[in-house]
Design a protein around this ligand. Structure first.
Ligand code: NDP
Length: 273
């Protein structure tokens, strides 16, 4: 029998995940399907019961359920327990096991481009859910130090405690405080949601060293103001879609236990822009 997969969240209409996974199924001739399924906030429990009834083989979890979904898991992979949020679930005869592929997805472009993280000085803008997976990634890859800048300093402080617990040296700043200090960093990441609505970049990039790695995890639009300004300064760019692709590839490998067709998935994703 064919296998079925879904992404659950709300809003979910514009999710690119069905395109990416269905392209992989076509490429490998797999008898599987992947749909977007809207589950509003407050209806997660019922939604999951429904998915179990139709014997879904696996699903991705996105906003607003990534943290609440932890409650409904029977088994928790380490990737998931460290970050405290789940984005990929395997259903094994009603036993749900949770994974978090955001960290691997985030790190994937560094591996592909052979960009070294160990000993790098990092500036991370933002301290939300995605930033937590990113901090775990930098800790795993043994970055030298991370500076976390966020609108709400209290959230940055909390994330900084998490970084220290993982053995990563860390400090916090407000976004205003980092203007004029960009030459101190090797890698700069935007993990705020600034850019999604075409807002201006949160930093001016004044004084950026050429070849500094600038990574925007916002993927829609592809060329955010943050990316455009970094390009003007001849930065090495990593796009948000590369993380999105990386997490989908990793989820595919967990569900299907085989190598994902990266190029077919990338073509499908880029066709969605
Ligand atoms: P959260 O809501 O958990 O965090 C949002 C972050 O953005 C917080 O740090 C918040 O600061 C900050 N922020 C929001 N609005 C503003 C503003 N107007 N000015 C300054 N700071 C602001 O979201 P997530 O962490 O889940 O996601 C963040 C972004 O990353 C989203 O755009 C999402 O689409 C993208 N994303 C991309 C992925 C990919 O695969 N490429 C994967 C996951 C997320 P404060 O603490 O002050 O509220």
């Amino acid at each position: 029998m064919g296998k079925s997969f879904a992404v659950i969240g709300d809003p979910i209409d514009h999710s690119l995940s069905p395109n990416i996974h269905n392209a992989a199924f076509r490429e490998l001739d797999l008898d599987s399907s992947y749909i977007a399924y809207r589950i509003p906030k407050g209806e997660l429990k019922e939604g999951i019961e429904g998915l179990k009834q139709i014997k879904i083989n696996g699903f991705n979890v996105t906003i607003p359920h990534k943290i609440e979904m932890m409650k409904y898991l029977d088994k928790i992979d380490e990737s998931c327990s460290i970050i405290g949020a789940v984005n990929t679930v395997v259903n094994n005869d009603g036993i749900l096991k949770g994974y978090n592929t955001d960290m691997d997805g985030f790190l994937d472009p560094f591996r592909k481009k052979e960009i070294n993280i160990s000993n790098a000085k990092i500036l991370l803008l933002g301290a939300g859910g995605a930033a937590r997976a990113i901090v775990a990634g930098f800790a795993k890859e043994k970055a030298k130090k991370i500076t976390i800048a966020n609108r709400t300093l209290q959230n940055a402080d909390k994330l900084s405690e998490f970084a220290k617990k993982l053995g990563l040296e860390s400090e916090t700043k407000t976004i205003n405080e980092i203007e004029g200090t960009l030459e101190d960093y090797d890698i700069i990441v935007n993990a705020t949601s600034i850019g999604l609505k075409n807002e201006q970049s949160p930093i001016s990039f004044e004084g950026l060293k050429e070849k500094t790695v600038v990574y925007d995890i916002v993927y829609m639009p592809m060329n955010t103001d943050f990316i455009k300004k970094a390009k003007e300064k001849k930065a090495t760019i990593i796009f948000g879609y590369e993380m999105l692709l990386g997490q989908a590839v990793r989820a595919f490998e967990i569900w299907h236990d085989r190598e994902a067709p990266y190029n077919a998935m990338k073509r499908a994703l880029l066709g969605g822009f």
